[in-house]
Design a protein around this ligand. Structure first.
Ligand code: ADP
Ligand code: ASP
Ligand code: MG
Length: 446
């Protein structure tokens, strides 16, 4: 039999088995008939030719007999441009209207990808959040997922279609459109994979997977073959924007296996999974990350008595302002200084809240520094390697970089430094911990 004839025979048989609702196809006929959720980020669908390229990639997986749900982000930097437009109209746009606006980006790419697939001769259908049953609360611009009603998606899948779904969007009980926070298409994909009990969630992006550092800052960064949910969560939360933090958290809670891969190459990518699948091949340090999105506030000469910290941070919490690192200095003459970091986008609101609290407490005043960066080292091996913090501080000191704040968790150490020194710091840490070399296993010397 020629290869062509064999493929035709295989596809006919697969079709027959789908018709008979047989879920698995023997491996000699092309593997299993599982379900995969694939997500393509903004750069991957930036223009018509890239959308056609994505369509060909999707089609080739569909040809192997796999059922497919495909989640897309908005084209290129559409979301940024839409936010800019909103701010040209209003200095504080209504969050509901902002969501109406931002959600349009993903609808464009879902429709275009579905058209591209249809043009190649594949049965595809695009669905938005309302049609796909993606239900959220009504906290606009950072809505929480409540449930996914998979009835429509399953119906389309049963009819043999490739289902293309808008990322980032949700819908409230009252049918209002919401969005899931920046980078939220990752969360859409992971949540759909969990709800549909998919075998795998593939996140296609513009780099080959998760690296030991942002490859744009450290060209020698090494691709990680595997990383645990816990480590990926810390990497995402400390600035590695390759995966949205909430999406990793969701994947960990629902045990969704994730493969991060490039849309533009055939490299194997990075598997994000549970500790049990990581095995003993684990490095001490997984990566170096950085975040330049925070600002530092210092309250000078706060009276040092019980209840003061509760008052300050209580007021910030009430204003929905997240605080990251906190340092309280040693008390002198009955007063102390308290420094902490917040998202720079919350800075003005935080200042306004604190002015009132300062007056009430009789503190001397507030200082603001928005030129800061946070560099972090993440690695599960830190639990059993006490020398890591000292080595990190020495690597920064050797570059004459001053550390302004430090915070640690069991698998992470973060330092706040000057923003202008961030690239130098990331590169120095990557070098000091030999992260470009093949995995250093636990038990070996750093
Ligand atoms: P997408 O639009 O596909 O969601 P993002 O821009 O959100 O893509 O995320 C991919 C980017 O994340 C990469 O281009 C890379 O510069 C950045 N990045 C930061 N840290 C890392 C890391 N440790 N590994 C891989 N990429 C990283
Ligand atoms: N388009 C949205 C954003 O830019 C969602 C995403 O790309 O994941 O944040
Ligand atoms: Mg992203």
């Amino acid at each position: 039999m020629t290869q062509q004839a064999f493929n035709f025979f295989k596809q006919s048989l697969q079709g027959l088995l789908i018709g008979l609702k047989v879920d698995k196809i023997p491996s000699y006929l092309g593997g299993t008939l599982g379900l995969i959720v694939q997500k393509f980020g903004g750069t991957s669908v930036a223009n018509a030719s890239r959308i056609k390229q994505v369509a060909r990639k999707v089609a080739s997986v569909f040809d192997s007999g796999t059922k497919l749900v495909v989640v897309v982000s908005a084209l290129g930097d559409t979301t940024d441009r839409l936010i800019e437009m909103a701010h040209q109209i209003s200095s504080s746009p209504s969050p509901r209207e902002l969501d109406m606006l931002l959600a349009t980006g993903e609808q464009v790419s879902a429709a275009l990808l579905s058209m591209a697939l249809q043009t190649l001769g594949y049965p595809a259908i695009s669905l938005n959040a309302l049609q796909a049953g993606i239900k959220t609360d009504n906290v606009h611009t950072k809505a929480k997922l409540l449930e996914i009603d998979t009835e429509r998606i399953n119906r389309e899948l049963k009819e043999g279609k490739i289902v293309v779904i808008t990322g980032f969007q949700g819908v409230t009980d009252a049918d209002d459109i919401t969005t899931l926070g920046r980078g939220g298409s990752d969360l859409t994909a992971i949540a759909l994979a969990a709800a549909l009990k998919a075998d795998l969630c593939e996140i296609y992006t513009d780099v080959e997977g998760v690296f030991t550092a942002d490859p744009r800052i450290v060209p020698q960064a090494r691709l990680l073959k595997k990383i645990s949910y816990e480590e990926m969560l810390e990497m995402a939360a400390t600035g590695a924007r390759v995966m949205q933090t909430r999406a990793v958290e969701y994947a960990r809670n629902f045990k969704v296996r994730i493969l991060v891969k490039s849309s533009f190459s055939e490299s194997g990518g990075t598997l994000i999974t549970g500790e049990e699948e990581i095995g003993v091949e684990r490095p001490i340090i997984s990566g170096v990350t950085f975040d330049v999105s925070e600002a530092k506030l210092t309250i000078r000469e706060v009276p040092d008595r019980p209840g003061v910290a509760a008052k300050i941070f209580g007021a910030l919490a009430q204003a929905q302002i997240n605080v990251d690192m906190i340092i309280q200095n040693i008390s002198q003459a009955g007063t102390t200084d308290i420094s902490f970091t917040v998202e720079r986008t919350d800075l003005r609101r935080a200042e306004a809240v604190l002015k009132e609290v300062c007056l009430e407490l009789g503190a001397k005043g507030i200082e603001v520094d928005s030129e800061i960066a946070k560099v972090s080292l993440v690695g599960a091996g830190m639990r059993t390697h006490p020398g890591v913090a000292a080595q990190m501080f020495k690597a920064l000191a050797d570059q004459n970089i001053n550390i302004e704040m430090i915070s640690t968790s069991t698998i992470k150490i973060s330092c706040v430094i000057k923003a202008s020194e961030v690239n130098k710091a990331v590169q120095a840490l990557h070098r000091a911990f030999n992260l470009a070399l093949e995995d250093i296993k636990e038990g070996e010397e750093v």
